[in-house]
Design a protein around this ligand. Structure first.
Ligand code: HOZ
Length: 433
């Protein structure tokens, strides 16, 4: 069976004439797997349809936000209802308080929150806040972690930067990254060394609790606690970038799952239920630095947008209900266990992992290799095999992230039958690779 993508190709040709690279975000261009991207026309539940009418089981889910699946009826109804009442006011609404209360009830480290429009805005603002609050300049990030595209964070970044194998981006003046220190993820000695040298200048450490923009790398036992201890010891803030892990590792994010108490948290994706939202949040004493409560300026015309607030609110209320979160997490575990089984039957070495409703797997160049950091991800990931796997899965109606250096996501809409179909496809593909 060979499916056709001719309409997608035509549409992508047209897109490239008017959009740089034909896309509005680089990994969507499929450069990590070659070929040209599928142009999507519609999504419903666990599925997306491309412009040629092909249906795919979707494990990208808009890169994480759609934890209830595409076009969940309750989310669609809430957005539709709100749209009829106005799409934006540029004035405070009760909806913002309601979503804030919902997030605070779910995430243990959060006492106050400021809504913005994207994860990039969230991380950028959280770092400004860390600097304003501590009066210090330096920040620490980890190589392969991606926190959006703000200048100071585009240093050894993951996601599209890793997929395209880019050096740090042109257009970022050295002066804007002069205060950004970089350590290897999962390496406690590396960050201890940075604190030993720069301790009293470090405003904050920003980390993805699971490094999910260089594939899927779990923190080693004790690693996040070591970051917590070191930051406290040196008077620096610990900033969890939970844009991906928030409401996905557990309803309370990675901080809820692992009992670590960050000072500040960055959110995005699920918090907007598929609409553009981000947020930075944390301890009241720190958040009171933000204008107009305090002197640190940050603002936005569409921040707290009512459509986004209702979509987020309905989504978070759903994942708190009944046993739905656990159901999604169980399906995630089943998919990952199945992938390990299928790969082992085909004698293809992989490293797979999952936490809550997120997952990832690498094809390894050789059995026995362990990926724990960006350096090992780049050295051991068999990206060429991944590209062949990706396209063969597309042929069989399964859509995974078009890059070895991205994570996968599950939704409430994915059924056991979808998982079984995915594993049957993977078995067929891996036996031929
Ligand atoms: N940076 C996002 C994934 N980690 C990709 C966003 C997109 O292309 O939509």
């Amino acid at each position: 069976m060979t499916i056709t993508h001719s309409r997608s190709h035509e549409l992508f040709e047209a897109a490239q004439r008017v959009l740089p690279g034909g896309v509005n975000s680089p990994v969507r261009a499929f450069r990590g797997v070659g070929g040209s991207p599928l142009m999507i026309e519609r999504g419903e539940g666990a599925y997306m349809w491309d412009a040629d009418g092909n249906r795919y089981i979707d494990y990208v889910l808009s890169w994480g936000p759609l934890i209830l699946g595409h076009a969940h009826p309750a989310v669609v109804a809430a957005i539709t209802r709100q749209a009829a009442r106005g799409t934006s006011y540029g004035a405070p609404t009760e909806l913002e308080t309601q979503l804030a209360e919902q997030v605070i009830a779910m995430m243990p480290g959060i006492e106050q929150i400021r809504f913005v429009n994207s994860g990039t805005e969230a991380t950028m603002s959280a770092l400004r806040l860390a600097r304003a609050y501590t009066g210090r300049s330096k920040i620490i990030k980890f190589s392969g972690c991606y926190h959006g595209h703000a200048d100071m964070l585009l240093v050894q970044a993951g996601s599209g930067v890793a997929t395209l194998g880019l050096p740090d981006s042109p257009g970022v003046p050295a002066s804007t990254t002069a205060h950004t220190l970089v350590a290897e993820y999962n390496d406690v000695a590396a960050i201890e060394a940075l604190f030993a040298e720069h301790g009293s200048d470090i405003a904050g450490v920003i980390v993805e609790p699971i490094a999910a923009n260089m594939g899927f790398v779990l923190p080693q036992p004790g690693y996040l606690q070591a970051l917590r201890d070191l930051t406290r010891q040196h008077g620096a803030l610990l900033i969890f970038d939970e844009v991906m892990t928030g409401f996905r590792v557990s309803p309370g994010g990675a901080q809820g799952a692992w009992g670590i108490d960050p000072d500040l948290t960055c959110l995005g994706k699920v918090i907007g239920g598929g609409l553009p939202v981000g947020a930075y949040a944390g301890k009241r004493a720190m958040m009171q630095t933000v204008a107009p409560a305090g002197p640190m300026y940050q603002a936005g015309t569409l921040s707290g947008n009512p459509l986004a607030m209702v979509a987020g609110l309905v989504t978070l209320q759903h994942i708190q209900q009944a046993d739905w979160f656990n159901q999604i997490a169980k399906r995630t575990a089943a998919l990952v266990a199945g992938m390990e089984q299928v790969a082992s039957e085909a004698s293809i070495p992989i490293q797979a992992g999952h936490a809550g409703t997120m997952f990832g797997f690498y094809f390894l160049k050789e059995a026995g290799q362990a990926i724990t950091s960006y350096a090992t991800a780049r050295a051991y990931a068999h990206t060429e095999r991944f590209a062949r796997f990706f396209w063969a899965m597309i042929e069989r109606g399964v859509y995974m992230a078009p890059s070895q250096f991205e994570a996968g996501f599950m939704s409430l809409a994915h059924s056991q039958e979808d998982i079984d179909m995915t594993l049957a496809a993977a078995r067929a593909v891996l036996s031929e690779l």
